[in-house]
Design a protein around this ligand. Sequence first.
Ligand SMILES: Nc1ncnc2c1ncn2[C@@H]1O[C@H](COP(=O)(O)OP(=O)(O)OP(=O)(O)O)[C@@H](O)[C@H]1O
Ligand SMILES: [Mg+2]
Length: 263
Amino acid sequence: MTHIPHRLEVENISVAYGDNVILRDISFQVPHGAQIAVVGPNGAGKSTLFKALVGLLPLKNGRILIHGMPLGDHKDCVAYIPQREEVDWRFPVTVTDVVTMGRFNTRGWFARPNRDDHEAVARSLDEMGIANLAKVSISDLSGGQQQRVFLARAIAQEPHILLMDEPFTGVDATTQQVTLNLLDHLRQRQVTAIISTHDLNLAATRFETVMLINKRLVAFGPAKEVLSQENLQKAFGSSLLVMENGAMLVDECCPPDEDHHHP
Ligand SMILES: Nc1ncnc2c1ncn2[C@@H]1O[C@H](COP(=O)(O)OP(=O)(O)OP(=O)(O)O)[C@@H](O)[C@H]1O
Ligand SMILES: [Mg+2]
């Protein structure tokens, strides 16, 4: 066969917390080295999708293939940067500890770091400009520094696919730029990157491919087509004010998928 496997194929997946089905029947394919922005309202299931993609949540239906093979065999090549609020930053470990964890998916948590590991960790800290924080406890970091520690851990893992959940939320312009620069480097290394964001402008201007979700896949494809007024209204409903040069969120109280009836 001459078929070249996509890096990531998601086929009809549904994901639930208990009986509460959040994602329904999501399918998409991400080719080698693509960079994709995932957008959708609060509660749309962006974080849920990422957790499913990295094997942290079971699938109710469907399957996920990486390099043409089921996820279970390939978790190591997927790095995941969670939304910062989801992490307990009081955990008593240093920056180096956290970044070193990026190296241990393959060998288990109790392996001893070898010279390659130490070098990869040092390189990643350098690349993120946080070598000076190596021995600092993660509880003492600012939001932007936390973000860089996550990025360093993901680089140290040397993934084929990188999932970043809202890396641009609550960081200053410098950290945002560090993150965007990293995306450029990853593109050169042919690393596939999937990034969730609430910044529709950034999604439209910086990413060629956009995924718009609200529990279901509303649209997936070239940014200009996906972020049409019609699609945005489908995903955000009345909570979105669409303006001539883009879109602006005005009110996130009533996601269109929930059954809100106004008198
Ligand atoms: N651990 C959990 N147990 C039960 N329900 C959950 C859990 N995590 C998330 N949910 C629910 O799943 C839905 C989707 O949540 P998710 O965090 O994936 O949305 P999101 O698109 O990432 O939102 P945000 O933009 O606010 O980060 C929400 O209704 C949420 O309440
Ligand atoms: Mg989220």
